[in-house]
Design a protein around this ligand. Structure first.
Ligand code: MG
Length: 417
């Protein structure tokens, strides 16, 4: 669902460590430094929906996780060529991620394998014909790495085969069985490794060709091949976005307002005893014609919520062509929009509805409508507004041919989710 919504949406990059510039491809005589961004994972631990590398940055920067990781290398003048390894099902998500990329001409992509290790190998194969001297391997899910860390890795390579950023373990480590502590493990000499990891291209490529399956980073591949790999100090903020919690960290809460508008036609006088408005029955002698229960108030509010989420309109979610929606209670539509909001960590905070008609008179039912909307949305009464107006006898509402409703809904959304 979310993946479908994101199709065609391009994230606007507004944070960048460098101004836009054109690529300066290094002449063949200069050392060619390349990078591989591993972005083929499915990222299921970070919750439902699209793979985590395509989710919006939790710092609310407006770009997505992969776009930020790509920018780190594509905008770095030290990097000549970049290969992003993606899952073959993610091509359109990837295209959107690089839409606003500066120096796009530096960037190629390859398809991932069954494991991270195979994905890196596929990236190495894709870069091999450029005959790079060195290659960074970076996990897309570490978008907070900085140009300073890249520089530090480059400075430290010298006589080594590879450089790996890492931080010493500071927590006390326990070995446990069945949840019971067995012993304390000495943490001296233990490090937590990060990416980007920098290697001599030829040595890492050769190491991958002989590596056993199941190694979780390239430092392990290098280690298996007996390469000399230097540790440099990593960065505390260079976390790997893994769980839903990581995506909520540092999240900005942003207000979003959506609007909704709906019109329904009245049937002949005597066609009804009451009509549904805002989830309650209101005495009126003219049926509202519609496929569902034709609750024009709930339809406008539902569209306003969908609008705040940029999630299409009520007709997309409940097509009139679907027989299941015949005579359906419109409260179902509202509940669906609220469920979509919850899935995006968005919370409805206010609705304001204006009903436009000559009859029925709304005033006598206003409080009951507000109470109904409060019950349907979970909002306090103080955040539920229902207003009414006529159109002074003008137009179709003035002639009593139909009823119109206009709504705004305000949601608080975590980051740019
Ligand atoms: Mg409608």
């Amino acid at each position: 669902m979310v993946a479908e919504l994101l199709k065609g949406k391009q994230y606007l990059r507004i944070l960048s460590p460098y101004p836009p510039r054109r690529a300066r491809l290094a002449p063949m005589s200069e050392p060619l430094t390349t990078a591989i961004i591993v972005a083929g994972g499915r990222g299921q631990r970070a919750g439902e929906g699209i793979p985590k590398q395509y989710r919006p940055m939790p710092d609310g920067g407006g770009d997505n996780v992969l776009a930020r990781s790509i920018a780190l290398f594509a905008e770095n003048p030290a990097i000549s060529k970049l290969c992003v390894v993606i899952h073959k099902d993610d091509v359109s998500l990837y295209d959107n991620s690089i839409y606003y990329c500066n120096n796009k001409e530096k960037v190629i992509h390859a398809f991932g394998g069954d494991s991270r290790q195979q994905s890196v190998f596929n990236g190495l194969k894709a870069l091999a014909e450029s005959k790079p001297q060195t290659v960074f391997i970076h996990d897309a899910a570490r978008p907070f790495a900085t140009p300073a860390l890249i520089a530090r890795c480059l400075e430290s390579l010298s006589d080594n085969d590879g450089v790996v950023p890492a931080l010493p373990v500071t927590d006390t480590l326990k070995k446990a069985e069945n949840g019971l502590i067995d012993q304390t493990v000495p943490r001296d000499g233990l490090f937590r490794t990060q990416t980007p990891q920098l290697f001599s291209f030829d040595k890492l490529y050769a190491a991958h060709q002989t590596a056993p399956e199941g190694l979780t980073d390239d430092a392990a591949v290098a280690e298996h091949a007996g390469l000399r790999v230097q540790i440099v100090t990593g960065e505390a903020q260079n976390i790997k976005l893994t769980t839903e919690e990581d995506f909520l960290m540092n999240t900005q809460i942003l207000p979003r307002t959506g609007s909704g508008f709906d019109v329904h036609r009245f049937d002949a006088p005597g066609s009804a005893a009451e009509i549904m408005l805002c989830g309650i029955g209101v005495p009126h002698d003219r049926k509202i014609i519609g496929h569902s229960d034709a609750d024009v108030g709930l339809h406008a509010i539902t569209d306003a919520i969908l609008g705040a989420l940029a999630a299409g309109d009520i007709g997309d979610h409940f097509p009139p062509s679907d027989a299941a929606n015949k005579d359906r209670a419109s409260a179902v539509f509202l509940a669906h929009a609220l469920k979509l909001a919850a899935a995006r960590q968005a919370r409805l905070t206010h609705i304001d509805l204006t009903l436009i008609c000559e009859a029925p008179k709304i005033g006598p039912h206003r409080d009951a409508m507000r109470a109904s909307l409060s019950a349907l949305t979970g909002l306090p009464l103080s955040a539920v507004s229902v207003k009414a107006t006529t159109t002074e006898g003008l137009g179709f509402t003035g002639r009593g041919e139909g009823i119109a409703a206009q709504a705004t809904a305000t949601l608080l959304i975590a980051g740019d989710a």
